[in-house]
Design a protein around this ligand. Structure first.
Ligand code: GDP
Length: 463
């Protein structure tokens, strides 16, 4: 089951549960049964699944007892169950350790290891592009002399992405190449030097020996293991085998775009307490997503990932500084209107890979994460239509203009303006409400970030 399907099933189980008329043992059991079978189908280890089930049950039991004492209502009980499920799903993919973070102004050497075909060479370039976009001067060293064509592949990728690279057609000693390349780029004061190593040898022990030798020569600040998601829960054994010989600090799980066992691979890696830093979600250089347990689960359940979205906006700002300058200024002042949200939506639409970005917006169906380009584009277009039907003063507002208020100033519902916009845009009042909620959330994030040291600084800290 691909991740989007897993998300849709988990989501379906939770919404079924939220419709249950009473929260009794039967409703909770039905929910847990569906959740567990979805996780097992995604190749999550049986032990981890039964652990999750037991923990959710224990948490719910305790919280419900506490709530009952305080005279809790059904709605609260539902929240208790949903929160316990969310927290335990996060725990399932949370290794509980922090990875190394490259910092600007220092030379950060990253060495990539993993078996052949895992996606190492592709991922090295994706990583370089990622750091480069965040203002860290990045470069690549090809120390894979084992696989014919490895240097050509890296060269091709690096050239396409405009990343400086180092390699050799004549030198056959990978340790010498790695040392020379890193030395050269160190002298040139690059911020991030990524070393791609070989993935296959006649014997595994030879591969491990080579990794250790390259490591000793380049002294990496972080060794990253690249691991193919299609091996599912076998990821645990593979990462332990590598860990025994080379002490890597982080893992990147690749090929999560099309594989049935993604959930298994991620949870297996988390169980080894090694931080997962990125997920590879396609063959394109942009198909690298930062991994963090909570946003990952939120996105999986269709709850969006506002922080991820802000980071994308930052990437766009880097790529197109003039257009985004005004926005950055507004955000720094903590201002964010519906017009700004509209501009971001049109930027998103021009960025490509819509389904991935769309899944970061709260309330977007989880199914869009996978192959739903048309659906995602359609949904984004409807959101733009909604803003098209708004008047100037409405666009420049923070959205409160669309609500009616009671005497105490609390919003009690949408007003005639909202109904006019829904009608004028051929959408529903519910969709208008969703768009307003999204704009409000973005404004909230902007205020938080802007309130500190300015938006850009705050974004840079999120690397
Ligand atoms: P290496 O042998 O570990 O260096 O692996 P490569 O980087 O050559 O990748 C092997 C194949 O996997 C290539 O065809 C890549 O395009 C593909 N690949 C790498 N990462 C991903 C990913 O995240 N998703 C998909 N679908 N393919 C990937």
């Amino acid at each position: 089951m691909v991740l989007a399907d897993l998300g849709a099933r988990l989501n379906g189980a939770l919404s079924q549960f939220s419709k249950a008329s009473s929260v009794d043992d039967a409703a909770i059991d039905a929910l847990l049964k569906e959740l567990c079978s979805a996780l097992l189908e995604s190749d999550v280890n049986v032990k981890l699944v039964s652990q999750l089930r037991a923990r959710v049950k224990a948490k719910v039991k305790k919280s419900l007892e506490d709530a009952e004492k305080a005279g809790g209502r059904e709605a609260n009980k539902k929240n208790v169950v949903q929160k316990a499920v969310y927290d335990e799903l996060v725990a399932l993919v949370d290794p509980g350790t922090e990875p190394y973070k490259p910092v600007k102004g220092k030379v950060n050497v990253i060495m990539a290891v993993g078996i052949q075909g895992a996606g190492k060479t592709t991922t090295c370039t994706k990583l370089a592009v990622h750091y480069q976009r965040r203002g860290l001067r990045s470069c690549l060293v090809c120390a894979d002399t084992f696989r014919a064509g490895a240097f050509d592949q890296l060269k091709q990728n690096a050239t396409k992405a405009k990343i400086p690279f180092y390699g050799s057609y004549t030198e056959t000693d990978p340790v010498a190449i790695a040392a020379l390349g890193v030395e050269k780029f160190r002298k040139e004061r690059f911020d991030v030097i990524i070393v791609d190593t070989s993935g296959r040898h006649k014997q595994e022990s030879e591969l491990f020996e080579e990794m250790v030798a390259i490591g000793a020569a380049v002294k990496p600040d972080m060794t990253v293991m690249v691991l193919d998601a299609s091996i599912g829960q076998a990821a645990e054994g593979q990462s332990r085998a590598f860990k025994d010989s080379s002490d890597f600090g982080a893992i990147i799980v690749t090929k999560l775009d099309g594989h049935a066992k993604g959930g298994g691979a991620i949870s297996a890696v988390a169980a080894t307490k090694t931080p997962i830093i990125f997920l590879g979600t396609g063959e394109h250089l942009n198909d690298l997503e930062k991994f963090a347990p909570q946003p990952f689960v939120s996105k999986l359940l269709g709850m969006g990932d506002i922080q991820g979205l802000m980071e994308h906006m930052q990437d766009m700002a880097m790529a197109n500084p003039d257009r985004q300058k005004d926005l950055a200024k507004k955000l720094e002042q903590g201002k964010f209107s519906i017009r700004d949200w509209r501009e971001q939506l049109s930027n998103i639409m021009s960025m490509g890979s819509l389904s991935k970005i769309a899944s970061m917006i709260p309330g977007m169906p989880a199914g869009m994460m996978e192959g739903g380009e048309d659906e995602a584009a359609g949904k984004l277009k409807r959101m733009i239509f909604i803003t098209d039907a708004m008047r100037q003063d409405e666009l420049d507002s923070d959205g409160l203009i669309f609500f009616s208020f009671d005497k105490e100033g609390n919003p009690v519902g949408l007003n005639r303006r909202a109904r006019r916009v829904a009608k004028g845009s051929g959408t529903s009042v519910r969709e208008v409400e969703e768009l307003l909620a999204q704009a409000r959330m973005m404004a909230g994030m902007a205020r938080q970030a802007g309130g500190q040291n300015g938006w850009m600084t705050a974004m840079n800290k999120m690397q």
